[in-house]
Ligand binder design. Structure first.
Ligand SMILES: Nc1nc2c(ncn2[C@@H]2O[C@H](COP(=O)(O)OP(=O)(O)OP(=O)(O)O)[C@@H](O)[C@H]2O)c(=O)[nH]1
Ligand SMILES: [Mg+2]
Length: 169
């Protein structure tokens, strides 16, 4: 079937807030809990921005692109099946250094559209982390967006960025 929606895949380690972000983006509700491994299958939802339709997929958490568990295989398969999707790599901003390895793997996999989302910025600020997003963008050569998924902060910026990178010809 011909589906005109541009695909957006939320990917990242367990417990970083992918499902909370999914809920904010799509206004659908999927389970969010402070327990890694909450999401075990793909959830789909949609949002529209600037009249353009996007299909968002929430995935189970994964630690690397070399899957070890069935949940990780599910997430990996979605990536393989949608080589033209926008990949939103969601990280816990407090643990950025531990999570960037997956960003590099995604870059190596040569996805055309990759965005790094620094989620849990409320906790990162509380804990005194200072992240220079512009420097990070330059170093990674990919857009970086800060979010607080439980409050919705940064979600409109993320939608704008997704629109921007999928509208360039
Ligand atoms: N303080 C704070 N908590 C957040 C934020 N985003 C998500 N959380 C909390 O983090 C926990 C994990 O959120 P989920 O959305 O379930 O995380 P996930 O990445 O989908 O986890 P898996 O499905 O296990 O891979 C929940 O308790 C959320 O309420 C945020 O920006 N700030
Ligand atoms: Mg989840």
């Amino acid at each position: 079937m011909n589906n005109p929606a541009t695909k957006v895949i939320l990917i990242g380690n367990p417990n970083v807030g992918k499902s909370a972000l999914f809920n904010q983006l799509t206004k659908r509700y999927v389970s969010v809990s402070n327990y890694p491994g909450t999401t075990v299958s793909i959830s789909r939802g949609e949002f529209k921005t600037e009249g353009r339709l996007y299909e968002v997929m929430d995935t189970p958490g994964l630690y690397s692109l070399l899957p070890m568990t069935e949940d990780e295989r599910v997430a990996r398969r979605v990536l393989l099946e949608h080589p033209n999707a926008v990949i939103v790599h969601v990280v816990d901003a407090k643990n950025l250094d531990r999570m960037l390895a997956l960003t590099f793997q995604l870059k190596e996999a040569a996805y055309q559209h990759l965005i790094l989302v620094l989620n849990m910025m409320d906790e990162a600020h509380r804990d005194g982390f200072k992240i220079d997003c512009q420097k990070l963008e330059l170093a990674l050569a990919c857009p970086v967006i800060e979010t607080i998924s439980i409050s919705g902060q940064g979600i409109s910026n993320l939608k704008e960025k997704i629109y921007e990178i999928t509208s360039v010809h």
